[in-house]
Design a binder for this molecule. Structure first.
Ligand code: FES
Ligand SMILES: [Fe+2]
Length: 398
């Protein structure tokens, strides 16, 4: 296996832990999980959907994360808006389901307060009972919202790095795929995995398992699998298609039927390219389609894997077939990965296991662990601090 261009990861100050994984306790500890919620997830940009998932005024997507719920909706002027999915009257959740369309207003199912798509409170039944409410009061509470190449991101806690800064190292390459004009090939879907969210991320950037555990994927791109650390937050992996005798039916058919995508530079027409963006988002860039895959923590030991696929308009029968075959190959990869990350979760809680070992070429895993050690220094401790002290230890070590 050719692991191209190894890059030395950033190391936690004064502590050389780069040849070890994060300690096992950080994969199931409730207090550490609460730190992750506050310091990582509430402050990070999270992808909700593509702008083309909600093309018309009133189209919306919801997004839930660790007790928070958001709405992203297109307003009458065509702008995208994000709000907490919470009624200002008595806190009822406003919109249900992953997505939908509001006619004219967002209307609360409890007492029918209604809001314009730009968040203004525009209707209150029995309005005279609320003399304390003046015009302009009690609009929906906005959330930071930004768009990167057509993908809509939100952030529950303001402040911190601009999304543009974080994604800059992958922007030029992603632009090649004309991502802004992609259309959804289906809906955003989600499935639960019984594992800590970091196991899903670790697995995504673990190159060594492809040969062992993904026979289909390996027979397509495994011989050329490479990876690099672009920055402490952006990890890139790739493989180019080769004519390997060990390929199964779907892989062989995909390779044969995939038509050239004229707008892609030559070297990308037969490449599968992957990016992981700290902390929990990935983009899979195939010649025939683009997917995002997002690992959302539900609890220290449960993760929601959320994904969706997008394609540019291409009516060629060969492209339709290639997309279906890609789906078949990757559905299998998904099942295989689910098994692996649940298998690891079952092991990290064992009293026999304290931490794992990283190979020299596992540059992405090393950098990812270093990123976590820098973000939450308490994760440098090889065993959990006494109960009730994780947050205080983290402060002391910061
Ligand atoms: S809680 Fe929404 S209208 Fe009362
Ligand atoms: Fe995998």
């Amino acid at each position: 296996m050719d692991l191209a261009r190894p890059v030395e990861p950033a190391r936690a100050p004064g502590h050389d832990a780069s040849d070890r994984t994060l300690p096992a306790w950080t994969y199931f500890d409730q207090e550490f999980f609460e730190l992750e919620r506050e310091r990582i997830f509430m402050r990070s940009w999270q992808l909700v959907c593509h702008a083309n998932d909600i093309p018309a005024a009133g189209d919306y997507h919801t997004f839930s994360l660790l007790g928070e719920s958001a709405i992203v909706i297109r307003d009458e002027s065509g702008a995208l808006r994000a709000f907490h999915n919470v009624c200002r009257h008595r806190a009822a959740r406003l919109l249900d389901g992953d997505r939908g369309r509001c006619e004219r207003h967002i209307t609360c199912p409890y007492h029918a307060w209604s809001y314009a798509f730009d968040g203004r409170l525009v209707g209150i039944p029995f309005k005279t009972q609320y003399p304390q409410i003046r015009d302009g009061d009690y609009g929906l509470v906005p959330i930071d919202c930004t768009v990167f190449l057509g993908f809509v991101f939100i952030r529950f806690t303001s402040g911190g790095v601009d999304l543009a800064e974080g994604v800059a190292p992958m922007e030029a390459e992603m632009r090649l795929y004309r991502i802004e004009s992609l259309q959804p090939l289906g809906s955003v879907s989600a499935r639960r995995c019984q594992t800590n969210w970091k196991n899903a991320c670790d697995n995504y950037i673990d190159a060594l398992h492809v040969r062992v555990a993904h026979r289909g994927l390996d027979s397509l791109v495994g011989n050329t699998y490479g990876m690099e650390v672009r920055t402490e937050s952006v990890y890139r992996l790739w493989g180019s298609m080769e004519d390997l005798p060990r390929a199964g039916l779907s892989v062989r058919a995909y390779r044969e039927v995939l038509p050239p995508v004229e707008f892609l530079p030559e070297q990308y027409r037969r490449m599968w390219l992957y990016y992981l963006l700290w902390p929990n988002l990935t983009f899979n860039l195939y010649p025939d389609q683009v997917e995002f895959l997002q690992f959302l923590p539900l609890s220290p030991v449960e993760t929601l894997v959320r994904d969706a696929a997008y394609g540019y308009p291409d009516e060629r029968p060969a492209m339709r077939t290639a997309r279906a075959l890609n789906l078949r190959i990757n559905r299998r990869v998904g099942f295989e990965d689910k098994d692996l990350i649940e298998r690891v979760q079952a092991g990290v809680t064992s009293s026999s296991f304290t931490e794992g070992v990283l190979g020299r070429n596992e540059v992405c895993l090393r950098a990812y662990a270093a990123r976590m050690r820098a973000t939450l220094p308490v994760s440098r401790l090889r065993t959990a601090p006494p109960r009730g002290t994780v947050a205080a230890c983290n402060e002391r070590m910061s």
